[in-house]
Write a protein that binds this ligand. Sequence first.
Ligand code: ADP
Ligand code: MG
Length: 697
Amino acid sequence: MRPSLIDPLFASLATLPGVGPKTARSFDRLLREDARVVDLLFHAPHGFVDRRLRPKIAEAPLDAQVVIAGRVTEHRPPPGRYSNAPFRVLVEDDTGDVQLVFFRNNQAWVEKALPLGALRWISGRLELWDGHRQMVHPDRILDEEGVARLRPVEPVYGLVEGLFQRNVIKAVEAALARLPNLPEWLAPPTLRMIGAPSFADALRALHDPQGAADLSPQARPRTRLAFDELLSQQLSLRLVRSQMRRAKGRASVGDGSKSGAIERALPFALTGAQRAALADIRADLAADRKMLRLLQGDVGSGKTVVALLAMATAVEAGRQAALMAPTEILARQHYERIAPLCAGAGLRIALLTGRDKAAERRATLAGLAAGGIDIAVGTHALVQEGVTFHDLGLAIVDEQHRFGVHQRLMLSEKGAAADVLVMTATPIPRTLVLTYFGDMDVSNLTEKPPGRQKIDTRAVPLERLEAVVDGVERAIAEGARVYWVCPLVAENDALEVAAAEQRFEALKKRFGARVGLVHGQMKGRDKDAAMLAFQAGETRILVATTVIEVGVDVPEATVMVIEHAERFGLAQLHQLRGRVGRGAARSSCILLYKGPLGETAMARLSILRESDDGFRLAEEDLRLRGEGEILGLRQSGAPGFVFVDLAAHGALMARAREEAEEILESDPALTGERGRALRLLLYIFGRDEAVKLLRAG
Ligand code: ADP
Ligand code: MG
């Protein structure tokens, strides 16, 4: 149970004075579903308005934020009711005058706010127009009482439609007033090192920037919050990991009967890297401690085969295995590729997704529970309640950043002592593995299967779109299949889909029924149908949003066009490019960009042209863009960091790691005085799953 001390932080925003149900819904869109007080407190301002400058009218600098005081001397309505001219109001002090300018003719409101003869304080920016001082749409108009309450420096927040700065400011003030008195959870030396205020003071300071320096991630309050966040993450990783390892593993030793049959049936020989990874995994399976291993391999490096052979080994040892993929399409694809090999080796396999027919689902669940099914492939449907295994020995999670720590844990908990293998196609620089996965063991598939051709990669400005379409026409005349990926529209699915639909319509005018479309908002069945039509060659061009990014395999596809490539991260471009070049034919990737390119975008495109080594690209991406992009957090909506900025706080990482280690060494169940304070930290940063483990242990 969460200690009641921090309940106020988890109250709904609608409980704050001034936040009605409608505003609360806007906050939900801004922050998260069912936003709570803590979510608002974590919504840092990105700027501030400084209203400390209060000059006389004649002395007011132009184009700077000022508050002037003056008497209203004249109203100048626009000539005629239907005029588009603005409503002007003249205000004077003893040094001069200024015209306030209001467009959109909201006359009644203006007259009420600025009655003739009244003294008013007006905040905004002055400009010269036609030789006169004027201020267009002041941001505040205040009377004496109002100006007494005006905050000299006011934070500026990110907004969504329906919310105004004043709503956020007011709600934040109310939220800060609810901050309970919290015990300190950081060790005194750490506090000294970062010169940090208390957590509550840090939040107060966060929402009260006094200058540009206060907005920097290096500002002390922000550093403190970043460290808190890192510490909570490191503690939670460690707790999850020790929980996963605590349950003693069981030795699963295969006899090679089934995995050998599969290997012989493969139309290729395993690469050295695949063999080495398998040896690592089999050694883990055979040991009586629990496996916790990360298998990293670039797109197309052949992780699926490794997973299949590992699962076969587990089955040889008398256990079951499960492979969990992040999307329906991927789960199905894994299943379809694996099933024939399994049949040949006498392995019983089933597919479990959220879309199975009731009768099928019942049969699958019964088979898993009774042990009649050896291998389950599926989506997160695998970890739902009601899915029980007879004896799950190996849990494999594919494309792992799409899943949270919690889901990974849940799959492994479907078995008494299941070994866990996590596979990722986005290699993560070594420095980040520890941060995000705790100290998992790592196997890297650094070597690609033989015969892979380098993909001819070219950057082409968007102005040459027509020429690219001509090229596509020639390519499909020769039998090629083409992916056409449409731009990411920042954080906006609807616009992203609209862009894809537009491109689809445009290409259809030229290519007719040979063009298909797939995007994230289509129904699962329609998505599958579009993918299948492309796979079967019924369509030749597949217009897609990034839904095709992960894993989908169409060996005949040889051309990848990426529109607005400058908007994608390096790792993501690399992933997309990896969709082609899987067969024998020469493949190409066209990066359509909209110029002029910034330095980073230019560097990204040129690195991509010259390298196809995912490990190197990941390192470069880290250098160019920061960790969030590499991990695809933004796209996946996985819980990223709120305050941590690796570029600014990288040095704190090691310290947080050490501190977490020390803490759990001296108080592994967090029951001491500081331990109990640290539990609060875990709750505040949403690491409830870690606290639950403490209770269970
Ligand atoms: P990943 O999941 O790592 O992106 P896949 O497992 O989908 O890669 O493999 C990509 C393709 O390479 C598949 O068609 C697979 O059959 C093939 N493949 C895997 N291993 C080898 C190998 N050793 N030699 C040749 N082809 C391979
Ligand atoms: Mg894969």
